[in-house]
Structures are given as C-alpha cells and as structure tokens.
Design a protein around this ligand. Sequence first.
Ligand code: ADP
Ligand code: MG
Length: 203
Amino acid sequence: MPANTPGLLIVFEGTDGTGKSTQLKLLATALEKQGFPVVSTCEPSNGKYGKQIRALFTKRNTIKPEDELELFLADRKDHVDDLIIPELKNGKIVLCDRYYLSTIAYQGAAGLDPTDILTRNNFAPTPDLAILFHVPLEIGIKRITESRREALNDFESKEYLQKVSIQFERLQLPCIQRVDATKDINSVHQNVLALVTPLLRSL
Ligand code: ADP
Ligand code: MG
C-alpha cells in the first residue's frame, strides 16, 4: 500500500540540468491522458518563504547555512500543509519538482549534517517514489547554461554542485529510484513511466 493513499506523492530530485522539470511535465501529460488527476508543484514554493529563498539565488553569501535551512523548512511546512497534504487527501497524484532530498543534498553540501536535516523533515509526507536523476556534472551545467543563456546562480557553481552530487550519491532511502538521465528525453521518460506505472494500480 503506497504511503500516501488515497493519493500518490512522486518527487523529482537531482542536481541542476538533470531534466527534472522536463520529465515532470512529460509525466504529468502522460498521466492526464490516461485520466489520472495530477497536481504539479515545485519547491522552493511560490509562498512567502519560497520567495525569500529565490531572492538568495544571487546573494547566498549573506545568509548562514543554518538560517538557510530554516527557510527551506518553513517553506516546505507551508507547502505541505497548504497544498501537498490536502491534494493527497483528495486522491491526487502530486508531482513535486524537488523536495526534501534536495534539502539534504544542497544543505548537506553546505556543511550541515544530512541525518539531522532528514530528521527535521519528519513533518513532510514520505514520497511514494523519489526519482533521483543523475548526469555527469559537466553535462548538467552545459544543459542549464545553453537553455537559459545566463550565468550560473549561487546554488549552481561547479565546486558546490560537485559536493551536492556526492550527497545525492550517498542517499539511501527506500523511496529512491535512480535514473540515468544522460539518455535522450524520451528514453528517460520511458524509464520514469516504468517506475510510476506499478504505483498506479493502487489508485
Ligand atoms: P532541471 O529541471 O533538472 O534543472 P530541465 O528539465 O530544466 O532540468 O532541463 C535543462 C535543459 O536540458 C533544458 O533545456 C532541457 O530541454 C534539456 N534536457 C532535459 N533533459 C534532457 C536530456 N535527456 N537530453 C538532453 N537535453 C535535456
Ligand atoms: Mg528545473
């Protein structure tokens, strides 16, 4: 029995440029075509703490890692209470672009204890599935610079993303399924569908 019955919580995780947002949209469309009720969302959320986090993208040196973690947790608490839990109770398939695995990896890479970060996310529903996308760092960075034609933000420097990537590699949780995201977009989508399809039987 999936953890979030009657709904399903599927989260998309990995470093920047791995294709999370691309794959979330493709999955949402595929599920909607099959008649499933889908809600797509992302973190940082569009709430007040999410906005404060986005404002840090170009001035991350102005905040201590501990305070930054507090902001991510406050944002998640609102997002979980206001959107994720109500939609799961409504029987929706909630697709979330980044969730607490990203907090563990990014704030873990900033020097905080990954186990402690996980514990502090106890209030957040455990995903039924966390798809962890992986590409070599150079490929991810090339994809984001080419698609946005702008400089990397403070969460995206190569040295930092190297550490984030190591944190993601170390994560071992039952909800995690790893996907090689170096393949073309449709092949990755087929891999995602193969992971999601067995969960749909319970809906
Ligand atoms: P993320 O949300 O993980 O940062 P995006 O989905 O925004 O990544 O993708 C970043 C860029 O890489 C986009 O231009 C997207 O079209 C491209 N992209 C995504 N997946 C692939 C893939 N499998 N192969 C090649 N390019 C991809
Ligand atoms: Mg994205």
